[in-house]
Unconditional design. Structure first.
Length: 256
């Protein structure tokens, strides 16, 4: 039997909870391959690190090459079946404008959890969804609205998958510190006190994990998500101003 003892002390509290779940998957995969739910980039990073340490095989698939959310197949599986379906969203595109949050909300409203849903992608007014195949028929038969708009989901072959567009917009800001409370208050134009309230109440995530540390210094590459507002990706620093403030290049999805 494989030795699954690993040191998890370098992970944050939230990451450690997930890492323990990963170790549980490894125990299962020692007998039979395990197909996980959809994992975000940070979860995949943790899974990959632990799998490399243990020496166990892991493969990822999200339905297309650059998918943000992917399922993992742990252990040896000759079929490599990731059980992902592609759904097309049909709606009156001439009169209705959809958003990522509207499409995602239509599924969450029916009790489908985030981790059973892959990427929501679009190309102009065409929208598609990657989802756990076990839920595909439920969605096509039951989900008929996105917000107040009538919609219809249709299962389609992967040959028809879109070339997804990124909603991220890049901009340069000047900021005195990369603390997340200061960062989100400046980007979303609300008070620093409100930013701290959001962080302490669990409304802010760093790299897809909850972070309630208001003084956390965001690093280049970090993704800071604020519920109801959007997310910020730190791309690069552009030096400092004469007053020693930081010129920071960021990518924004959502408000800002």
């Amino acid at each position: 039997m494989t030795n699954f003892e690993v040191n998890l002390s370098h992970y944050s509290d939230a990451e450690r909870v997930f890492a323990k779940q990963v170790v549980g998957w490894f125990h299962q995969a020692d007998k039979k391959s395990v197909l996980t739910v959809f994992l975000n980039p940070q979860e995949r990073k943790i899974l990959t690190e632990l799998a490399k340490h243990i020496g166990i095989s892991v493969h990822f698939n999200g339905g297309y090459q650059n998918a943000e959310n992917k399922r993992a197949l742990i252990g040896n599986d000759e079929e490599n079946n990731f059980q992902i379906s592609l759904l097309q969203l049909n709606y009156a595109s001439n009169y209705v404008h959809l958003h990522h949050s509207t499409v995602l909300g239509s599924l969450l409203h029916h009790g489908i959890s985030y981790d059973r849903i892959g990427d929501v992608i679009h190309e102009n007014d065409n929208w598609q969804l990657l989802i756990d195949s076990a839920l595909a028929d439920f969605v096509t038969e039951n989900v008929k609205r996105a917000g107040s708009k009538k919609v219809n989901f249709e299962k389609i072959p992967f040959e028809k998958i879109l070339n997804p567009q990124s909603d991220e917009k890049e901009k340069e800001i000047v900021i005195s510190s990369q603390r997340i409370d200061l960062l989100i208050s400046q980007i979303y134009n609300f008070s620093r006190a409100h930013a701290k309230d959001l962080i302490e109440s669990g409304e802010v995530m760093v790299n897809w994990f909850e972070n309630d540390n208001t003084s956390y210094l965001a690093k280049l590459g970090d993704v800071v998500s604020t519920h109801g507002y959007g997310r910020i990706r730190l791309i690069a620093t552009r030096g400092t101003t004469n007053r020693n403030k930081i010129r920071l290049k960021i990518g924004i999805v959502g408000k800002g």
